[in-house]
Design a protein around this ligand. Structure first.
Ligand code: ATP
Length: 513
């Protein structure tokens, strides 16, 4: 099945099984805004817990905060968002569709890569075992020509972006003969800057009101609280502040389901370090964060780092962790070395001294910052994409199963009476009563056992138990495993011990040490 079709299926699966709904669905939705349903919220909460505990529980020197979404408007002046949090946009006059100019060009660069990959695949087919890919890439005239065109375009694009040269961005789109995917024409407007922050007004009268913004990132809530936390927590460098919360961006191109939303959630950690040690910490945090992702067991080959060539003017290193989504390798997390830019800017704009007194060297300085910033929703999407499978079973049957890591699954155990009588429902409820304090259990008595198993497979429940007539005599149940579909008879008393360890967030956290 084409990857595009797989993705469409995942999106409809998310809706059908209560994971993600379009926002205000009865009014036909709101662009790039989504609601999480009864299963989605559990999975999302589990992802957040995994992250939070990996930061705050496993690190003696990382503490959490929960800052407000609204902040003093000067915050965004100081951070640079008022002046520079822009995307270059361009409209097609025929389709009236709006695009990000940088995205159009990046897609064009990706097309060169695809062409090169196609040439390589063709050659592999032709030369079979004798094929030496590295040599082919280095010598094939066609590949070299495409690579040179790609490089030239990439360089021109980077230069234009770094210089903020909007005219040049438009010229690149024209020279590369990029067409609008809807109208198929090259009838483009000028490129304009578009600020991504949502604004609103605080205050009751028009005269007394002032313009404030919905935060476009959670990080600034941490920077403006640096002194509060450092002083009240008597924190010594290096130390970190972690936060999970909503962020808002008026994205021009809202695409790919919950990958790019206008209201989304971030999990960010700012790590304050002594100047000069930041690149060392940057390397360490890259490794720590990659380990966190890989502990989920999705396979190391599905992740890669993408080191930024184009750095923001205040950063001295930046790298993304990309995950293999059905639509290619895409950023799920950014790790940035932000120097002392944010704290210095807030010191300048607030007039407050924001420094750290180092008792070891007896000097005061502005700490440097390494940040790790991951989108909860993108993480959710990567978990969903990797877990979804339409499995062919023996005998020609198929089942849709979510191979969610057990620690993230919304429901851990489904308890099912074989029939709705003879005291079996009561026995099933008794099992749930005893286990529900330890993990999320659900009772299910509707339809045949086979259908009930399928329903649980579709939401990723790792364990099901069936209560039958023998259970009333021997206090044993049939335990069924989601992935292998194997079944075994086990005593009710042993269920907690068998299941609890595998479904707890602790099982994941232990892999990080
Ligand atoms: P992109 O280049 O995809 O727009 P970004 O580099 O602007 O992302 P950051 O500002 O570094 O993203 O934000 C950190 C993380 O927040 C991203 O890695 C991503 O997981 C998440 N994120 C950013 N924008 C969105 C969005 N519109 N919808 C969902 N998640 C987002």
């Amino acid at each position: 099945m084409a990857q595009e079709d797989v993705f469409k299926k995942i999106v409809s699966h998310c809706k059908e099984y209560g994971f993600v709904f379009p926002s205000s669905d009865i009014y036909d939705g709101l662009g790039a805004v989504y609601d999480y349903g009864q299963n989605g919220v559990e999975l999302k909460n589990n992802i957040k817990q995994y992250w939070w505990k990996s930061m705050v529980l496993l690190h003696e020197n990382i503490v959490g905060i929960d800052a407000a979404i609204f902040m003093h408007p000067t915050t965004w002046k100081a951070s640079g968002h008022v002046d520079a949090f822009n995307d270059p946009l361009i409209d097609n006059r025929d389709s009236k569709k709006r695009y990000r100019a940088d995205v159009l060009i990046e897609d064009q660069i990706a097309k060169y890569d695809e062409k090169i990959d196609k040439e390589v695949a063709k050659a592999r087919k032709r030369f079979k075992e004798q094929f030496d890919e590295a040599q082919y890439r280095a010598t094939s005239p066609r590949v070299l020509e495409l690579a040179a065109q790609r490089e030239a375009l990439h360089e021109r694009y980077s230069k234009a972006m770094n210089a903020g040269d909007l005219g040049e961005l438009r010229q690149i789109i024209l020279d590369e003969e990029i067409v609008c995917p809807i109208s198929g024409t090259r009838n483009w407007t000028e490129v304009r800057q578009f600020n991504l922050m949502f604004s609103t007004e605080v205050g009751s009268t028009a005269e007394g009101a002032s313009k404030i913004y919905l935060r476009p990132e959670t990080a600034q809530g941490i920077f403006v609280n640096y002194l509060n936390v450092q002083k009240t927590g008597r924190m010594k460098l290096p130390f970190g502040i972690a936060q999970i919360g909503k962020a808002f961006r008026n994205e021009i191109v809202a695409r790919q389901f919950i990958f790019r939303m206008r209201e989304f959630e971030q999990m960010e950690m700012q790590y304050f370090v002594k100047p000069g040690t930041e690149l060392d910490w940057f390397a360490r945090w890259k490794e720590t964060r990659m380990k966190w992702h890989q502990a989920l067991g999705f396979g190391a080959e599905n992740y890669r780092f993408h080191d930024h060539e184009k750095l923001a003017h205040y950063a001295n290193a930046a790298s993304d962790i990309e995950f293999h989504m059905p639509f290619g390798f895409k950023e799920v997390e950014g790790i940035h070395s932000r120097t002392n830019f944010d704290l210095s800017q807030h010191a300048k704009y607030s007039g407050k001294k924001i420094e750290y007194f180092d008792p070891e060297t007896n000097e005061s300085y502005t700490p440097y910052v390494i940040e790790t910033s991951i989108g909860v929703d993108r993480m959710f999407l990567s978990v969903m994409c990797h877990s979804y499978e339409e499995e062919q079973l023996e005998g020609g049957d198929t089942r849709v199963v979510l191979h969610l890591p057990a620690a993230l699954a919304p429901v851990k155990l489904a308890v099912m009476p074989l029939v709705k009588k003879d005291g079996l429902p009561e026995k099933a409820e008794e099992i749930i009563r005893n286990l529900r304090f330890h993990f999320n259990c659900k009772y299910d008595e509707k339809d045949s056992i086979g259908k009930r198993y399928r329903r649980q497979d579709a939401i990723g429940t790792p364990f099901c138990v069936t209560v039958d007539h023998d259970t009333l005599k021997d206090n044993c149940v049939t335990l069924r495993y989601r992935d292998s579909m194997k079944q075994e008879r086990v005593p009710i008393d042993s269920l907690q011990a068998i299941i609890e360890d595998q479904v707890s967030i602790t099982s994941l956290l232990k892999k990080l040490l």
